[in-house]
Design a protein around this ligand. Sequence first.
Ligand code: SAM
Ligand code: SF4
Ligand code: SF4
Length: 334
Amino acid sequence: MSIEDSLGRPLRDLRISITDRCNFRCTYCMPRENFGPDHTFLAKQEILSYEEMTTVVQSLLPLGLKKVRITGGEPLMRKDLGIFIAMLRSLDAEIDIALTTNGVLLKKHARQLFDSGLNRVTVSIDAMDVEMFQSITDSKNTPGEVFAGIETAQQCGLRVKVNCVVKKGLNEEQIVPLVDACSSRNIPIRFIEFMDVGTTNNWNLESVVSGEEMRQRISNHYGPLRRNTAKHPSDVARMWSLKNGTEVGFIESVSSPFCGDCSRARLSAHGSMYTCLFSEKGFDIRGILRFGASSQEVAELIQNIWTKRDDRYSEIRGQVNTERQPVEMSFIGG
Ligand code: SAM
Ligand code: SF4
Ligand code: SF4
């Protein structure tokens, strides 16, 4: 059985933010002015336990769930992630389990994650230049550490992709070096248009580099790109190939929205379900989980939420109230 929202979209994909904490302070996501020493992160008892998250996934499998993406914050900051992945894997041998990470702790954890049943890793990196990397992430880490994590993940058998957010005047010059680095390691790379998520990243339309501009820059360097056909309608990235076969994707949520096929629900670390990345409020799931609800009861609640869903923020971006207070990306997970 599968359920559909009010616009006929199924619920196929769940993104779970397992922590609101992060070892980076990327300027476009968790700027230190807002996420400094005075910021109050969730307390341990507020965060869903792995057992509670597993119950949510179990409840969604009969409703058509096909994929779980573990994200954050930085998911590798939370202890015993391998145990959670093994719990998910024991629910279903086929479900696709992916992780989105900044990659710095990947070298240490990749083997255990793979052995626990993780299928795929998406690693975010926005610059090859060390100084620029450190300035964007507001950290002392290096791109070399991230690529060491990627290499270990590949050696373990994990499928790896790279994601890069491009912001005008910040890292456009890093597009070609990043394509080079990924191409030589046979890793697909996807470039993401800077989005107006949350309220703290000073987003404005002028700071967006469109997918079209990025493709222009890449084809100026590598020659014409060839468009690939989409593997699945709900794939967020539109994929192209370089002459040498390297896959380069573009997530064009601002210039070319894809709400029509959006089958993603998000579960925040504190147990609220969000039906859109740009939602201002979520639906509490933790309450009934802590009242001892069965997975069947959780399924009924989520079915009720999903069937009423009518979100399509990216398609109506220009028409909505500019006073909105969407939730932060680090809170509900990218
Ligand atoms: N910490 C992990 C990481 O960086 O991969 C997982 C969480 S992070 C919120 C997930 C993804 O969201 C990252 O690829 C990040 O670059 C992206 N992201 C964060 N803020 C964004 C924004 N304003 N626009 C576009 N992408 C953004
Ligand atoms: Fe942390 Fe990821 Fe946000 Fe960067 S993008 S601050 S690594 S959660
Ligand atoms: Fe999905 Fe909302 Fe993004 Fe549209 S704006 S693709 S509905 S998350």
